[in-house]
Design a protein around this ligand. Structure first.
Ligand code: CAA
Length: 260
């Protein structure tokens, strides 16, 4: 498939997707979101790639938000009819069962921060900046910022960021729990690809189940979540990969995963 607003490359078992509108700081217009949805749908449907990295092109931005120029003349009726930010594209990205990482290489603002927060985790360059500045435009987050940011950093900081529109740097984002790790800017992509390769080398069913159970922690009570975790664990013990993984440990050799 060919794309105009994103780049998609296969690096062994890792898919690298790069938002590619550097002249607009990778702002998310409807074409970018459609192509992103298509790329994620292909990733999900193909069993060979086992982890995905999403990053931004250029040196400045992951994504500076939804495309303000595209939204400026849109009427409320259009936003409503299109169910803006909740189309199939966003659902595909949010609903991906296979693992993926956001490698945030610069500004992740508004929809850019919200897109990064849809990832399983965020790796940030030490130049990254995060924020939900929609209030400066007379609006509010529309792609999950008020919910995911609050779950990630707690009410007080999320509220402060949303109400003031200020940006936080990578160190603050890491200490607040929004990002998994901060790495030097020039090493971000290599680090993200290596991390993705590590995940791609794990048993695929186990990767999906780990992702599913961690995400369940945000949706349910502790008791229900613990039960959900146990059931998934028990189901995994029926897999060929469980037998292979445990035998390989006992036999002191590398496991060969089948994804079955
Ligand atoms: N939409 C469209 N174009 C954007 C953009 C956006 N979100 N962010 C930046 N650009 C464009 C600029 O218009 C500019 O284009 P021109 O050269 O054609 O004028 C180009 O990218 C470079 O931007 P700047 O000259 O502004 O770069 P800077 O380094 O001076 O500032 C910035 C960088 C602080 C990130 C600034 O660009 C900025 O504040 N951008 C907007 C951030 C924002 O408000 N994001 C939230 C959008 S709303 C949203 O996302 C809703 C939602 O919840 C889904």
């Amino acid at each position: 498939m060919s794309y105009e607003n994103i780049l998609v490359e296969q690096r062994d078992a890792v898919t690298l997707v790069t938002l590619n509108r550097p002249q607009a700081l990778n702002a998310l217009n409807t074409d970018v979101l459609r192509e992103l949805g298509e790329a994620f749908a292909s990733y999900e449907a193909d069993s060979s790639p086992r982890c995905l990295v999403l990053t931004g092109s250029g040196d400045k931005a992951f994504a500076a938000g939804a495309d303000i120029k595209q939204m400026a003349d849109k009427q409320a009726v259009d936003f409503y009819l299109e169910d803006f930010f909740s189309g199939w594209q966003t659902k595909v990205v949010q609903g991906t069962r296979k693992p993926w990482i956001a490698a945030v290489n610069g500004f992740a603002l508004g929809g850019g921060c919200e897109l990064a927060m849809m990832a399983d985790f965020i790796l940030a360059s030490d130049k990254a900046k995060f924020g939900q500045p929609e209030i400066n435009l007379g609006v509010a987050p529309g792609m999950g910022g008020s919910q995911r940011l609050t779950r990630a950093v707690g009410k007080s900081k999320a509220m402060e960021l949303c109400l003031t529109g200020r940006m936080m740097d990578a160190a603050e984002a890491e200490s607040a729990g929004l990002v998994a790790r901060v790495v030097p800017h020039d090493e971000l992509l290599d680090d993200a690809l290596k991390t993705a390769a590590t995940i791609a080398g794990k048993a695929p069913l186990a990767a999906m189940a780990n992702k599913e159970m961690v995400n369940a922690a945000f949706e349910t009570t502790l008791e229900h979540g613990l039960g959900y975790e146990r059931r998934l664990f028990q189901i995994l013990t029926a897999s060929e990969d469980k037998a292979e993984g445990m035998n390989a440990f006992v036999e002191k050799r590398e496991a060969t995963w089948k994804g079955r």
